[in-house]
Design a protein around this ligand. Structure first.
Ligand SMILES: NC(=O)c1ccc[n+]([C@@H]2O[C@H](COP(=O)([O-])OP(=O)(O)OC[C@H]3O[C@@H](n4cnc5c(N)ncnc54)[C@H](OP(=O)(O)O)[C@@H]3O)[C@@H](O)[C@H]2O)c1
Length: 287
């Protein structure tokens, strides 16, 4: 097949990307650990089972790459996969990377450098997802349960992006008939406007009618909050430390990449909230 292997094909960006590619008539292969019998395009793929990698890649000439979510250092698993992709003639890899760098975790940056090194292979550096404000993400869970956002990020702003706009940007890059037409190897993807948690809470309150407040805490308290959700301690500490960078203004940036790639402006946070308004209902009121 000439077509696209979509890793993370059942996730927030992958699901939408699969729909967009199918809509454009592009053959897709949906990589998942649990392929459903009803989807002829689904293929079993597990980062932890390298025996599944070659079969998933065979015949695909493009790959959407969502790294293994559990790996702080993804290269040991993804490096051999990419070497195999190159050997099999994959001409385009679009990596879902992050604009936000975890402190003391060089692995994702090394993976991005690895991808950028090949002509036609590109990196998306996505800003914070608007979908983090939805359950089951810990931020979204807390809003739904307690009407509260807890942060050590102060008034720092983030260029929140709707995951669907990431998928649209990836689709544009994966359907570009000539991978060499665009020389750019790295795209910062953001929404249209950087917003603090206070700004986001105000929009949630206005659009849903449910008051959402912000509780400002220190980095240590934030790490404890993440750990209490069951998150591994190292990840909880790293995410809390990200808040410190946010407070220092490190994520306060927006780009025009979504518009440039797709021809459409990225969705605003208010649009996102209106579309999902029912999902912030207090669970005790919903029962
Ligand atoms: N949240 C943010 O603010 C943010 C910002 C920037 C970048 N990111 C990046 O976005 C990525 C998450 O992307 P997403 O939101 O599209 O995904 P997602 O909704 O979190 O879904 C995760 C995907 O990974 C797959 N997966 C999990 N474990 C796997 C394994 N062992 N082998 C193969 N596949 C596996 C899952 O597929 P199955 O369960 O079907 O196997 C699922 O499709 C992460 O890499 C994160 O760093 C997130």
């Amino acid at each position: 097949m000439t077509g696209v292997l979509v890793t993370g094909g059942t996730g927030k960006t992958g699901t939408v990307l699969v729909e967009l590619l199918r809509g454009s008539g592009v053959p897709v292969r949906v990589a998942t650990r649990h392929p459903s019998a009803g989807d002829p395009d689904a293929i079993r793929f597990d980062w932890d089972d390298p025996a599944t990698h070659t079969a998933a890649l065979r015949g695909a000439d493009r790959v959407y790459l969502v790294p293994p979510p559990h790996a702080v250092d993804p290269l040991p698993l993804v490096g051999p996969f990419l070497a195999e992709a190159h050997r099999l003639g994959v001409r385009r890899v679009v990596l879902l990377g992050s604009a936000i760098e975890l402190p003391d975790a060089p692995g994702p940056l090394e993976l991005a450098a690895h991808v950028r090194a090949r002509p036609g292979w590109v990196v998306l550096r996505a800003s914070g997802f608007m979908q983090n404000f939805l359950s089951p993400h810990p931020v979204g869970d807390r809003i739904r349960r307690h009407g509260e956002i807890r942060t050590a990020g102060g008034t720092g702003r983030v260029g929140w992006i709707d995951a669907r706009d990431i998928a649209a940007a990836a689709a544009a890059l994966l359907t570009d008939p000539d991978g060499h037409r665009r020389n750019q190897r790295d795209y910062l993807l953001t929404g249209p406007k950087a917003l603090s948690y206070e700004d986001a809470a105000a929009i949630l309150t206005t659009e849903t009618g449910r008051p959402v407040r912000v509780e400002h805490v220190g980095v240590d308290d934030m790490a404890r909050t993440y750990r209490a959700t069951g998150m591994p301690a190292a990840l909880a500490d790293a995410l809390a430390a990200v808040d410190a960078g946010l407070a220092a203004g490190r994520e306060d940036r927006v780009s025009t990449a979504v518009l440039d790639l797709t021809g459409r402006p990225p969705r605003t946070f208010a649009e996102f909230v209106r579309e999902h308004a029912a999902e912030w209902t207090n669970p005790s009121q919903a029962d």
